[in-house]
Design a protein around this ligand. Structure first.
Ligand code: NDP
Length: 326
């Protein structure tokens, strides 16, 4: 059987990750990397055909699934609906509050074109979403808890870098060990924002900037830090580059519930990711396989991870899955 032909739209962290993930899936091949920038200026991690996004319309017969690797804030709201009219697509749209609206804007063009658009895959939304549904459905009398970290938060790191006097920096989100312990014990605690996560910053100061002033500006920043216990560590630029360049992340989805008055049950799913974008990309590639198969079966329009049967993610046949994994 021939390989599933994948296109990458947008070459940032996820674009690079998708390229790496395709190399680990022998039933897939990379047709091309498409960018809004001049393709000749792109530094690809591995050699591959590079194109401008402007030629995508000419490549509709060459690509089985286009993986959209743009940012959720401004790229995907525009690219998602436009590309879903031309290709089967997969994306990682992660602005949770806007997913219902995004679903509608992608569903209409995908449906009209007979394409399948798998939206909001990744880990949160994505694998964590699936585990929240499993938890609720299997233990209706219970509570679901999502903890994030230890991990680098892109949004909070950006906020730290915008503080006057800050030359560089990163922010890690850390789940509270005490809170996790209570949840794992099945105590079903009510936890405030402050009790669930802490924040830890590593900051390089600009010449002449004052540590205490910068610390106060960070820990009191509205929405980002004021509802959390935040520690600020000052380091030099070399240490920042040497020790804080990776993008680790992860977390836990825990459901604890009661099946009868005397019986507690706890379900836990956890991720410890060396690289958030590389893991997210691996998820996107598995969902590209599913989107391709769903399209072949006539399942079109916008779909979410809730609509995808697990077996569709695997390169193995249903018979092989029954024999080897069931
Ligand atoms: P990047 O900022 O690295 O890339 C986003 C886009 O910006 C790229 O597609 C690229 O488009 C452009 N770009 C990248 N590098 C440069 C550059 N040097 N100069 C100019 N433009 C550049 O974002 P990520 O890949 O890290 O993340 C994309 C999205 O993935 C995030 O917004 C987030 O919402 C989502 N995400 C979802 C997760 C989930 O679990 N669901 C987890 C992690 C991320 P082009 O090539 O066209 O210029």
């Amino acid at each position: 059987t021939s390989k599933i032909r994948i296109g990458i739209a947008g070459y940032g962290n996820l674009g690079r990750g998708v390229q790496a993930a395709i190399a680990k899936n022998s039933d897939m091949e990379l047709v091309g990397v498409y960018s809004r920038r001049d393709p000749d200026t792109l530094q690809l991690a591995q050699p591959a055909p590079r194109y401008s996004v402007d030629v995508l319309g000419d490549h509709v017969d060459d690509i089985d699934v286009l993986i959209l690797c743009g940012g959720s804030k401004s790229d995907l709201p525009e690219q998602g609906p436009r590309m879903a009219a031309l290709f089967n697509t997969v994306d990682s749209f992660d602005t949770h509050a806007r997913i219902p609206e995004y679903y509608e804007t992608v569903n209409a063009p995908a449906k009209a074109a007979g394409k399948t658009a798998l939206i909001s895959a990744g880990w949160d939304p994505g694998m964590f979403s699936i585990n929240r549904v499993y938890g609720e459905a299997l233990l209706p009398d219970g509570e679901t808890y999502t903890f994030w970290g230890r991990g680098l938060s892109q949004g909070h790191s950006d906020a730290v870098r915008r503080v006057p006097g800050v030359a560089g920096g990163v922010q890690y989100t850390i789940p509270s060990p005490e809170a996790i312990e209570q949840v794992r014990a099945g105590l079903r605690p009510t936890l405030s924002t402050r009790e669930k996560h802490q924040r830890e910053c590593y900051v390089v100061l600009e010449d002449g900037a004052d540590e205490n002033t910068v610390r106060e500006l960070i820990v009191n920043m509205e929405h980002y830090f004021d509802q959390y216990d935040t520690t600020v560590n000052f380091i030099d630029a070399q240490t920042l580059a040497a020790e804080h360049s990776d993008m680790p992340h992860g977390g836990f989805v825990i459901r604890s519930g009661n099946t009868s008055e005397s019986q507690k049950q706890v379900i836990e799913y956890s991720l410890a990711l060396g690289s958030n974008p590389e893991f997210t990309s691996s998820v996107l590639v598995a969902y590209a396989r599913a989107a391709f198969r769903m399209n072949q079966r006539g399942i079109t329009g916008a779909q979410t991870v809730y609509d995808v049967a697990p077996g569709l993610l695997s390169p193995k046949s249903p018979a092989q899955l029954r024999a080897e994994l069931l």
